[in-house]
Write a protein that binds this ligand. Structure first.
Ligand SMILES: [Zn+2]
Length: 397
């Protein structure tokens, strides 16, 4: 038996609700609740079956000057901004820093100003797509390793096609007993063109062709293929921008002296150094109609509350469809974004499977982990049944 888990980034419920995506291959569909945060929170939650408050992979940048690995970059703020704010320069520098600092996961400096870079730490130094890749606790790859199950996982540095080819080769040689395929392309496309573009269904048709190829190959080599196609969140079109930074800058308190902030694209996270700044900023944010301060009780409910305030003392979240621009994530607007409240319509994720039933307790994206471990246990049972695992599988055909 081969569990085939295919992660299609940003393939939200609203994206495929009225689309026949994978209907013939995986007809059983379910709408899943996402995790509050970005892919930096969602992906580790899927891979570990736990929530951000447990695994502590939430937002990328945090205020932590003591542990900041970026101190050496501070002098770069003397370079002309024309150069340092350019994406191409930032991408190149991000690659260089990632290598220098031995970061294993995804890393991007985004638009963090060099003037303040030494105030921040980056919270994802390891890759959640590898064993021991979580900030806290194990993930599915630790689980597989411990049980000596041979698995395939996509390499994020490769293209979708290269990962597909590599998996096909492994299936042909029956070299794996569990697969986790990761397709990030739809997410990138949606950010660029929005959720109404004809390019979106075109991409879904391409994925269907790939899935067809994969499944027919897998079925030639494995007695049973359990297909699960799932996502981490959806994507909302951004029709309005909010320049929060200039409004906060205009208040009677100073960044780095009175407070620190990370402007994510849908959230602003603040740390305060004095009472004056806290009151001033809190009062101001309470007047901003485009968003709201997320209270601790609600953060707890969403399981993204951190008692040590590691990711921010105050979390401001905008309404779906709004984009904070400029932000530390980008200088210019993009067509669409995710990272809104999990109850906003475009936030919902999806699970499509060829299995006849989806257990009732599978309701949110971290629950996908339970399907993975359930199937791994069954694979192990099958493999243990016979001295020669391959023969055992073939005899069931
Ligand atoms: Zn994205």
């Amino acid at each position: 038996m081969l569990p085939l888990f295919v992660f299609v980034d940003a393939c939200g419920w609203e994206i495929i609700k009225n689309d026949p995506f994978a209907r013939t291959l995986a007809p059983n569909r379910k709408k899943l609740t996402s995790v509050f945060g970005y892919s930096s929170a969602c992906v580790p939650s899927i891979l570990s079956g736990r929530w951000p408050e447990q695994h502590r992979n939430w937002c990328y940048f945090v205020f932590d000057p003591k542990n900041s690995p970026f101190k050496a970059l501070r002098p770069l703020h003397w370079l002309p901004e024309k150069l340092t704010s350019r994406r191409i320069f930032r991408r190149w520098l991000s690659k260089f820093i990632k290598h220098q600092l031995n970061f294993r996961g995804y890393f991007d400096l985004y638009n963090i100003p060099f003037k303040y870079i030494s105030l921040y730490d980056f919270s994802e130094k390891k890759s959640p797509l590898q064993p021991q890749g979580m900030n806290r606790g194990p993930n599915i790859f630790d689980y597989l390793l411990e049980r000596r199950v041979r698995y395939h996982v996509s390499r994020p540095e490769w293209t979708e096609e290269a990962n597909l080819t590599s998996l096909m080769r492994e299936l042909e040689s029956e070299a794996v007993d569990f697969t986790f395929l990761y397709w990030p392309g739809l997410d990138g496309l949606l950010h660029e063109v929005g959720n109404q573009s004809p390019k979106v269904p075109a991409k879904l048709r391409l994925y269907e062709r790939w899935l067809d190829q994969l499944l027919s190959l897998a079925k030639r080599h494995y007695a049973e293929v359990r297909l699960y196609i799932f996502s981490d969140h959806g994507m909302a079109n951004c029709d309005e921008v909010l320049d929060l930074r200039s409004k906060i800058d205009a208040l009677d308190c100073r960044m780095a002296e009175d407070y620190a902030v990370v402007y994510d694209s849908t959230m602003a996270r603040f740390w305060f150094f004095n009472h004056h700044a806290r009151t001033l900023i809190t009062d101001f944010l309470n007047q901003v109609p485009q968003g709201r301060i997320v209270q601790d009780a609600e953060l707890e409910q969403m399981r993204t509350f951190f008692p040590d305030r590691y990711f921010g003392e105050l979390i401001f979240l905008v309404k779906e469809g709004l984009l904070i621009v400029p932000s530390h994530m980008g200088e210019r607007p993009i067509r669409a974004m995710h990272g809104y409240h999990p109850s906003d319509p475009q936030s919902f994720a999806v699970l499509c499977t060829n299995q006849p039933t989806i257990p009732d307790e599978i309701v949110a994206i971290p629950d996908i982990y339970r399907l993975m471990t359930r199937d791994v246990e069954e694979v192990i049972k099958l493999l243990n049944h016979c001295a020669s695992p391959r023969e055992a599988l073939r005899s069931t055909v």
